[in-house]
Design a protein around this ligand. Structure first.
Ligand SMILES: [Zn+2]
Ligand SMILES: [Zn+2]
Length: 390
């Protein structure tokens, strides 16, 4: 069917129309063509009078008939859109909305979902097998040392489900287990490697990576775990680990080690926050900085090391702004500054001002459990130099 514009060429033969179109694309002026072919239309509408271009070499895959395209103006640079007049299918268009394409996509989607379901079911079985196997070999609660108990207690307080069975994925809980992602990952990996926590049958299978009938990896913060301590069905045991009241004589060395570990990560978290404030990249923080913080923590409280970190990050930011050095170079000065400032404070034997916690980074659960329940010294843990004489 011809449209109202195409009717304007009704007095011309097909051959004449073909030549007219050819002359149009060869650059002949519209006004000349209108006059010569006796076409009664505004010159800007000439293009609209042309019949669609037939593509005899492109058959619609659904209707098996030649496809068409609208005529483009000679100045147009847009891609030619070839379509079927019958079913509206568009050639080479991934997003074609014709009925046949939508139908095909739905079927493909359905097949994908079925395949997904089959694989998910296989993986769920692998998960269940591993769970039952691990569950048969629980860790005896008597074998747990204070590090195990601290990590478990903090993890349970952060993520234990209402019915006391599962340890929810960290990505789904609001409370913060420990300062920095590295430390959070370390805690989970540690408990998992010791089989103190095992994959819960409720963990979404897509949080796990399977290989040859085995769970090869997991996305630590998306995985649901379950406590695997002897008689883990016994709520009393869970309550004990959750509320952790340490009375027995515990390994003094290990206590110091844990204090240093928590202090170190609290300092690193504070440093990350400062760097974010000054728009400096934290991926350049390396072993050198970590070891300078550890050194400082031998002589100063966490709150005092915050002071050195605060000064060192301002220095790094000023150095970057004033000296035309790279951000990496600026960040690399932080370790040295922390070391120099702490050594100077020792040499001059003067009191270093204590900083408070950053408002945006309140004390984490592991820090609370350690200082309140294990050491029972509360904020002293943050404000005192690491030692056991308190
Ligand atoms: Zn078609
Ligand atoms: Zn289509």
């Amino acid at each position: 069917m011809k449209n109202q514009y195409q009717n304007k060429l009704a007095h011309l033969t097909d051959e004449e129309i073909e030549i007219l179109i050819e002359r149009y694309y060869n650059g002949d002026k519209n006004s000349i063509l209108l006059k010569e072919y006796n076409i009664d239309i505004q010159s800007s509408f000439l293009l609209k009078t042309f019949p669609m271009k037939t593509h005899n070499n492109e058959l619609c895959p659904f209707c098996n008939i030649p496809m068409f395209s609208h005529r483009k103006s000679k100045s147009s640079v847009s891609k030619e859109i070839i379509f079927c007049q019958e079913c509206k299918h568009t050639l080479n268009d991934t997003y074609c909305k014709c009925e046949a394409c939508i139908d095909r996509k739905n079927k493909e989607q359905e097949i994908r979902e079925q395949e997904r379901e089959i694989i998910d079911n296989i993986n769920k079985n692998i998960l269940m097998e591993e769970y039952l196997y691990d569950k048969n070999m629980p860790i005896d609660i008597e074998e747990l040392d204070i590090r195990d108990k601290l990590y478990i207690s903090a993890l349970l307080r952060t993520a234990l489900s209402e019915d006391l069975t599962d340890i929810k994925s960290l990505s789904s809980v609001l409370l913060t287990l420990a300062p920095t992602e590295e430390f959070r990952g370390k805690i989970i990996s540690y408990l998992r490697s010791r089989k103190i926590i095992i994959f819960s049958p409720n963990t979404p299978v897509d949080s796990l990576v399977f290989n040859n009938d085995e769970i090869e990896q997991c996305r630590l913060f998306d995985t649901v775990f379950r406590l695997n301590v002897s008689q883990d069905e016994d709520d009393i045991k869970i309550e004990n680990l959750l509320h952790l009241n340490v009375e027995e004589n515990i390994d003094e060395e290990l206590k110091l080690e844990l204090w240093l570990e928590i202090g170190l990560y609290e300092c690193v978290e504070f440093l990350y926050a400062r760097m974010e404030e000054y728009n400096l990249p934290k991926n350049h923080i390396g072993e050198k900085t970590i070891s300078s913080i550890k050194e400082a923590l031998k002589e100063f409280s966490i709150s005092q090391v915050y002071n050195f970190i605060w000064g060192a990050s301002i220095n790094a930011s000023d150095f970057y702004k004033n000296s035309h050095v790279s951000k990496k170079h600026a960040v690399n000065t932080i370790a040295g500054t922390i070391l120099r400032r702490s050594e100077k404070a020792i040499a001059e034997n003067r009191e270093t001002k204590k900083f408070g916690r950053d408002w945006n980074y309140p004390q984490t659960i592991i820090s609370e459990v350690f200082f309140n329940n294990i050491l029972k010294i509360g904020d002293e843990g943050f404000d005192s130099v690491i030692n056991l004489k308190i």
